[in-house]
Design a protein around this ligand. Structure first.
Ligand SMILES: [Zn+2]
Length: 255
């Protein structure tokens, strides 16, 4: 009888060990698919993969003749590719800076027509704002964006459905990369917030249009050379989330 008890305990230990082993394997599989989801299925994106020194710098609320061309000059000087989330209404007023953004190899995203908070308007109106902006952008550059950033980072269930329906990804930003440049906190403050908190895969939020005098351009003169010196590679948002140029490393992790 005592022997039976010992055998029973041994069997139980083996079974429990097997079970927890399976759990580890399962969680590894989950992590693998998490990486896949960054590139394929996620409607909401806050950052890219964390395993490479690759980042995406983004500019909202333009295009605008006051600052967009100056920022484009700087990006060219430092050979940096960026992403611009534009307002449909600004595209209507200022198509030229948008053409230049496109011709210099940057990515363009939809940021609604008139900077609406999607949580505060009816769903029908959200789609109208989205479509009108896609069309305005298409009129100018003959291409429709594949990425959308809702103003204020607001989203709801309807917005996710809309993104799925139109096959666009909703792009937000890394939580440590919101320096609030639009509030003019000071050139050094903007630059330090970006530089001190930067990490692999970050999506950095900046603005190429603000209602007042902007400090972003001056801050960029500090940010761009410093991040390049630290070895960061700047890519567009789509390149970041589609793992372009570093697919091999991603495969190694998944295996
Ligand atoms: Zn905005």
């Amino acid at each position: 009888m005592k022997n039976m008890k010992i055998i029973f305990i041994v069997i139980m230990v083996i079974l429990i060990g097997y079970e927890s082993g399976m759990t580890i394997v399962d969680s590894m599989k989950t992590n693998g698919s998490l990486l896949n989801r960054i590139s394929d299925n996620t409607e909401l994106v806050w950052n890219g993969p964390r395993d490479k020194k690759v980042i995406a710098i983004t500019f909202d609320d333009g295009p605008h003749p006051r600052y967009t061309p100056k920022i484009l000059n700087l990006l060219k000087k430092y050979d940096v590719k960026a992403t611009f989330f534009v307002l449909g209404k600004h595209v209507s007023f200022y198509p030229e800076p948008l053409k230049r953004i496109k011709s210099e190899g940057h990515e363009i995203g939809n940021h609604t027509y008139s900077h609406v908070d999607v949580k505060k308007i009816p769903s029908r109106k959200i789609e109208e704002e989205f479509n009108k902006t896609q069309e305005k952008i298409y009129e100018v550059i003959k291409e429709k964006p594949k990425i959308f950033r809702p103003p204020f980072g607001s989203y709801n269930k309807y917005l996710k459905e809309l993104a799925k329906k139109h096959n666009v990804k909703i792009i937000l930003w890394s939580s440590s990369q919101d320096c609030k440049d639009w509030s003019n906190p000071g050139v050094k403050k903007i630059a330090n917030t970006v530089i001190d908190n930067v990490g692999n895969g970050d999506i950095i939020l900046l603005h190429d249009y603000v209602n007042t005098t902007s400090q972003t351009y001056e801050a960029l003169k500090i940010i761009l050379p410093e991040l390049k010196r630290r070895g960061y590679k700047f890519v567009t948002v789509s390149e970041l989330i589609e793992n372009k140029g570093y697919e091999d490393e991603m495969k190694i992790i998944e295996n």
